[in-house]
Design a protein around this ligand. Structure first.
Ligand code: NAD
Ligand code: WQD
Length: 370
């Protein structure tokens, strides 16, 4: 059975709090070794990257608790995670800014570590509603860290972003590159990284892994879970999928005059399953070591917009009409990772190809259409 525990910032906690279902039995298979028996709380676990990470962790024998306010996720994802994994997991519906709800969650489900996905993540929106981003991302993380400290949870894996680098001086980007975010969203990530670093330095947190994702795309190969943007997608892959599905007449290619081989912008697209698996590697390190690591999660290879269109057409057999438009304000010519530190510190490397990303994104998109 799944636990639903509802609690929202600014609502009457007395009326909304408390169990409305039966307490779940977390999955603990007998054949699993002790190292894999840890219980992990995933904030934002119903979202795009969180849901895929939940599936990977469940498959690898971890006990998983999801916490999400469903502000950017469909509750239907919970049933689909269960269908893929065959495991029912506890779910707490709460806002990370609600420290009381977090403390109660930790008391009800003692955990060994937290993976902190929950955040607002739209770059454009962050420039329009900066205070919302400061509140959810920064205040929310302060409350989470405070609740963790109160109950003695001292290990965290944190979702950061290549957005912390801003306009890169050199590609591939190493973790030592200067961090000069160019928007509010990226700055909140850098501030949160700094907070976690300080807590590790001062001993309040024992161990942390800060993961700077590049451009996550694709979906679980079952086609049951994937990226589910609300409204018109701002990111390339979901928009491109919607063009293939004929929801838009053509893809707008933002610029063909960049100093790149074909003139379109280059990014480091990474399959969300590779990314999800990286979290398990990061978790293992965080559970087994003290201190903090900060690593890029990318493939280390950049693809241009036009290369992605060609790969998508080859992988899916779908035509993607496009039209060249002016550059999008704030975009850079190229942004791709030096992925060697993650290989060295986490023993993780991305393995899936650009064709895998396109095929799996399309399987999810075409399934979601019917
Ligand atoms: P997502 O929006 O799909 O998932 C975030 C989840 O957090 C959602 O389920 C949402 O409902 C939940 N959430 C938001 N505010 C909350 C709150 N106040 N309390 C509780 N839950 C809340 O996003 P995603 O793509 O899965 O991203 C996960 C993390 O990775 C985010 O921190 C994001 O900034 C980071 N990241 C994402 C990308 C990307 O391109 N998707 C790239 C780099 C970094
Ligand atoms: C990729 C390329 C566009 C849409 C953003 C955030 C980053 C991270 C990931 C959270 C660029 C081009 C796009 C379209 C296009 N998110 N493009 N037509 O901007 O690299 O990164 O998402 O942390 O912080 O900034 O990703 O997918 O928007 O763009 O031509 O309709 O596709 O110009 O070259 P971006 P994207």
């Amino acid at each position: 059975m799944t636990v639903f525990w509802r609690s929202r910032v600014g609502t009457d906690r007395g009326a909304n709090d408390g169990m409305v279902g039966e307490v779940a039995r977390s999955h603990t298979g007998e054949s699993r070794n002790l190292g894999q028996m840890a219980r992990i709380l995933l904030t934002g676990g119903a979202g795009f990257i969180g849901s895929h990470t939940a599936v990977v962790l469940l498959e690898r024998g971890y006990n998983v608790v999801l916490l999400d306010d469903f502000s950017n996720a469909d509750r239907g994802v919970l049933e689909r995670i269960q269908r893929i994994s065959g495991i029912e997991i506890p779910v707490i519906e709460a806002d990370i800014r609600d420290e009381l709800a977090l403390t109660r969650a930790f008391s009800t489900f003692p955990v060994d570590a937290v993976i902190h996905f929950a955040a607002k993540k739209a770059v454009g929106e962050s420039e329009v509603e900066p205070l919302l981003y400061l509140d959810v991302n920064i205040v929310g993380t302060v409350r989470l860290l405070a609740a963790m400290q109160r109950v003695g949870v001292s290990r965290i894996v944190f979702s950061s972003s290549a957005a912390v680098y801003g306009e890169p001086e050199i590609c591939p980007i190493t973790e030592a590159a200067p961090a000069h975010p160019t928007n509010v969203y990226g700055r909140t990530k850098l501030v949160m990284e700094g907070m976690i670093t300080d807590l590790v330095r001062t001993g309040a947190i024992q161990s942390a892994a800060v993961l700077r994702y590049f451009n996550p795309v694709g979906a679980h190969p079952s086609g049951l879970i994937g990226e589910d943007p609300r409204g018109v997608p701002a990111n390339l892959m979901p928009y491109l999928c919607q063009v293939a599905r004929r929801r838009h007449p053509f893809l707008r290619v933002f610029g063909d005059d960049y100093p790149t081989p074909d003139g379109s912008g280059i990014r480091d697209y990474i399959h969300v399953m590779d990314l999800a698996e990286a979290h398990e590697f990061a978790l293992r390190r965080t559970l087994g070591h003290g201190g903090i690591v900060t690593v890029n999660l990318g493939t280390g290879t950049g693809y241009s917009v036009l290369q992605l269109v060609a790969a998508f057409e080859a992988a899916t057999g779908k035509k993607v009409p496009y039209s060249i438009m002016p550059r999008r304000p704030g975009d850079v010519a190229e942004c791709y990772a030096d992925a060697s530190l993650a290989a060295e510190l986490l023993q993780w490397r991305a393995t899936r190809t650009i064709e895998d990303m396109c095929r799996d994104a399309w399987r999810w998109e075409s399934r979601a259409a019917f």
